[in-house]
Ligand binder design. Structure first.
Ligand SMILES: Cc1cc2nc3c(=O)[nH]c(=O)nc-3n(C[C@H](O)[C@H](O)[C@H](O)COP(=O)(O)OP(=O)(O)OC[C@H]3O[C@@H](n4cnc5c(N)ncnc54)[C@H](O)[C@@H]3O)c2cc1C
Length: 400
């Protein structure tokens, strides 16, 4: 049996958190630099939000081209994951559609995304009202919408697969991945990081990337950094379509949501159907939350679904679980150096982080090595936007 991986005494960089963001960062650091990299995870890889992620890979973000570009780049990476990392992950193509009415807020958002995707050459199609029932025959009264904007090459993957794939590939590149060890605090001398104190001893290092999901504020406050994120519980059901449904609708259904609604649907692996809440605003402690959806919510979600696709009124319940979003006030990410020198944060990914996992790993690597990145305008993700306003950019970006 191979020896258990032990914590090194020293490393050039320590990444805290083995979710998609920490694992991706460890991968890019180990693939693109000669730095010694150690990834520390308090439980197992992908045991935080990532393991519960619906992992939808879409590119439509209204008029926010910055996210569309990152999502597109990341999606190509997920598609080519085996070539890029040597690891295999699940990936399913499934277009995402936003139905809309003209001159409504969700409709304008959908149309703005159409224009943005076209300007970026990302495949998208606008279906007019009279084309919708041919395209989406399973959806009740679909022709009552003015249009549908299809994000043609959207898809979905699996959070645990991807984070584990990144962590294994980082190991192959020479990184040390230690699970079951929690970081207790960063060790700071003269306003610079000099190490990480863990339950299993200290690691000397001059650079730390904190990618600890909803637990990030706890580590941050120990070094005097205020990370404004709240942790909310989301509820997920996996349904079994009734007999004959799959024969009638081989693609099952598009990934979609009721315009402006706080729930969404997508097919699941093995011909299931996933329906989930989005931004319940139910604040919870990430260490202690009820992992079973509430009875009333099960009823509400199944009613929403059968209102949209009546045949699925007879769907059986195959599985259920809950997960947490960790959201900034504007739902935009924090990718920044803050606090003592050598201390970086990648957090606040809300309900839309997974699809950007590869881009975030690359951006954090650029920030650590170069202090800047050519991938995006990293200033958009700076923490100090909350010094100017508690609401940061002041609007939210993560309609599904
Ligand atoms: C139900 C649900 C559905 C979602 N659906 C989508 C979707 O369809 N598409 C999409 O793009 N995004 C989606 N998301 C959002 C996405 O999953 C998250 O944004 C992303 O997984 C966040 O990853 P992370 O690495 O930042 O955090 P996490 O996955 O939470 O990882 C943080 C890790 O840090 C570890 N950790 C914490 N503290 C310490 C410490 N002190 N020492 C060591 N380790 C520590 C934790 O154990 C954890 O493993 C969804 C999320 C949920 C919950």
């Amino acid at each position: 049996m191979p020896d258990r991986v032990t914590l090194p005494n020293a490393s050039d960089v320590v990444v805290i958190g083995g979710g998609i963001m920490g694992a991706s960062t460890a991968f890019f650091l180990s693939a693109q630099t000669d730095l010694d990299v150690t990834l520390i995870e308090k439980d197992g890889i992908a045991t935080g939000s990532t393991g519960n992620s619906s992992a939808i890979l879409r590119h439509h973000y209204g008029d926010q081209a910055i996210y569309s570009k990152m999502a597109w780049w990341s999606h190509q990476f997920y598609r080519d994951f085996e070539e890029e990392t040597g690891e295999v992950i699940a990936h399913v193509d499934n277009p995402l559609v936003r139905f809309g009415q003209e001159q409504t807020e969700p409709g304008e958002y959908a149309e703005a995304g159409y224009d943005t995707l076209r300007s970026l050459d990302i495949p998208t199609t606008r279906f007019e009202s009279d084309e919708l029932s041919d395209q989406y025959p399973m959806i009740e009264d679909v022709e009552s919408f003015d249009f549908g904007i299809s994000d043609d090459t959207a898809g979905f993957s699996d959070g645990a697969d991807a984070a584990n794939g990144f962590a294994r590939a980082a190991q192959q590149n020479g990184a040390t991945v230690v699970t079951g060890v929690g970081a207790e605090t960063l060790i700071v001398e003269e306003d610079s990081v000099v190490g990480v104190k863990t339950e299993a001893g200290n690691v000397d290092c001059e650079t730390v990337v904190v990618a600890a999901g909803p637990w990030t504020p706890r580590l941050a406050e120990k070094v005097g950094v205020d990370i404004p994120i709240t942790t909310t519980r989301e509820q997920v059901l996996i349904l079994e379509p009734p007999e004959g449904y799959k024969d009638e609708y081989p693609s099952l259904l598009p990934t979609t949501a009721q315009p402006g609604g706080d729930w969404y649907i997508r097919p699941d692996f093995g011909d299931g159907i996933l329906v989930a809440t989005h931004h319940t605003d139910e604040e919870v402690n990430p260490d202690r939350y009820d992992n079973n959806p509430d009875e009333e919510m099960i009823l509400e979600l199944t009613e929403h679904l059968s209102g949209m696709i009546p045949t699925l009124g007879d769907a059986g319940l195959r599985g259920q679980y809950c997960g947490v979003y960790s959201s900034t006030p504007d739902h935009d990410f924090i990718l920044d150096q803050a606090g003592p020198e050598g201390c970086y944060f990648a957090c606040g990914f809300s309900g839309h982080g997974f699809k950007h996992g590869p881009a975030v790993g690359r951006i954090m690597t650029d920030l650590v090595v170069e202090g800047t990145t050519d991938m995006v305008d990293a200033g958009f993700f700076s923490l100090d936007r909350f010094e100017e306003s508690d609401y940061g950019h002041g609007r939210t970006a993560d309609d599904i």
